[in-house]
Design a protein around this ligand. Structure first.
Ligand SMILES: *Cc1c(COP(=O)(O)O)cnc(C)c1O
Length: 392
């Protein structure tokens, strides 16, 4: 399909099998572990489910590449399967990687707990301060790794500086694009080598599967696929079917979530019980100017602090909410809410959390597709409840 088509069209038509299987409008689930031998002469071309080459895998890979305007795409069993496999395909014993200092918890754990035992070294960098990166580069540095929008303060690194830095040092630039989704940011268009996704979140969008993807330069994606074939983090055909179905409404969902989150962020910012709102679409966000230039939308994720840094009062607030479900994860059709001090950052001491800006009253919100007015009304009644009550 022509790459000049719009996102909405590509989500429906890109990568689809022609002719359609038996005329079926929807791609069937190929529930087959193995496929008839067709003269393949490379192990990785043998058609076998773990080798990530069933029609369900191939269609998704092509569709994802098309929507990010990249050369190639690959799906995997989970976000962490693709993140760990990608790192292991690029990094070998003696190598070194630079990473943004506020990473997804699983990625942070993998880097700090698993890479050293494989003889791979790392350094963390401040994504917003490119002048400090030069000091950390080594002869052995192979890659720089950032997240488009990082949890839970919605930090946005200097994205274009990452690409320039990687090019000038001839290292691989990798970005976890989960929070932005391809609707709001397409890394390949700006020169990133590899874009990674937890498809568990926006790409599937219905909180009912775990899945991952790697999108980018064909030669690199091919290496990641070979490593994935060996490590075995293969996507199951049923998960592939659900991801394929979820993807079709990605643009509709995310555009609505962008608008809804923006309205909620503005509402919260004006509320007397709220201290600070973290959302890249607010002029008060440190990276607002570059986010406005680079993003097509600011996303559905935001966080905010209740006045007083009171954990009990914050928990009362969460309990008083009737619509958002208190649960980890994000990017689904239902709004989800968490207090990072008790979920994603529970592993850190209170002092260490404070150092990285995560107070006891910080709340993270994943905007679903409910009516914005109903969500704001719900926030309003819950905030009234806690302001009229002295907790503790
Ligand atoms: C959830 C998430 C992951 C991990 O993905 P899984 O699908 O849970 O393995 C990685 N990065 C980010 C930013 C995430 O939100």
């Amino acid at each position: 399909m022509s790459s000049s088509k719009h996102m909405e069209t590509k989500l429906i038509h890109a990568g689809e099998l022609r002719p359609r299987v038996g005329g079926a409008v929807n791609l069937p689930i190929f529930q087959s572990a193995t496929f008839e031998y067709g003269g393949e002469d490379d192990y990785h071309d043998i058609r076998y489910i773990r080798l990530n080459n069933t029609p369900n895998h191939n269609v998704l890979g092509e569709k994802l590449a098309a929507i990010e305007n990249a050369e190639a795409g690959l799906v995997a069993a989970s976000g962490m399967a693709i993140i760990s496999t990608t790192m292991l395909s690029i990094l070998h014993k003696g190598d070194h990687i630079l990473l943004q200092d506020c990473l997804y918890g699983g990625t942070h754990d993998f880097v700090t707990k698993d890479l050293p035992s494989l003889g791979i070294e790392y350094d963390f960098i401040d994504g917003s301060d490119p002048s400090s990166w030069e000091k950390k580069i080594r002869k052995q540095t192979k890659a720089i790794y950032v997240e488009t929008i990082a949890n839970p303060l919605m930090d946005v690194p200097e994205l274009l500086a990452v690409v320039d830095f990687a090019r000038s040092h001839k290292i691989v630039s990798i970005i976890d694009n989960t929070f932005a989704s391809p609707i709001n940011f397409r890394p390949a268009e700006h020169g990133f080598d590899l874009s990674l996704h937890s498809c568990t979140k926006y790409l599937n969008g219905h909180s009912d599967i775990v899945a991952g993807a790697c999108i980018g330069k064909a030669a690199l994606v091919k290496d990641v696929k070979r490593k994935l074939n060996h490590l075995g983090g293969t996507m199951d055909p049923h998960a592939a079917f659900l991801l394929h179905r979820g993807l079709k409404t990605l643009a509709l969902r995310v555009k609505y979530q962008n608008e809804s989150a923006k309205k909620i962020a503005h509402y919260l910012q004006k509320h007397s019980e709220i201290d600070r709102v973290n959302y890249p679409g607010l002029a008060t966000h440190p990276a607002y100017a570059s986010a406005e230039k680079l993003f097509d939308g600011f996303g559905g994720m935001l966080s905010f602090e209740l006045k007083g840094e009171d954990a009990d009062k914050t928990d009362e607030f969460l309990k008083a909410l009737q619509l958002p479900i208190c649960a980890p994860s994000l990017g689904g059709v239902e709004s989800l809410i968490t207090r990072p001090a008790t979920t994603s950052h529970l592993g850190l001491s209170r002092e260490d959390r404070k150092k990285i800006g995560i107070s006891d009253s910080l709340v993270r919100f994943s905007t679903g597709i409910e009516a914005t007015e109903d969500l704001i009304e719900d926030f309003d009644q819950a905030l009234k409840k806690i302001s009229s009550k002295v907790v503790r």
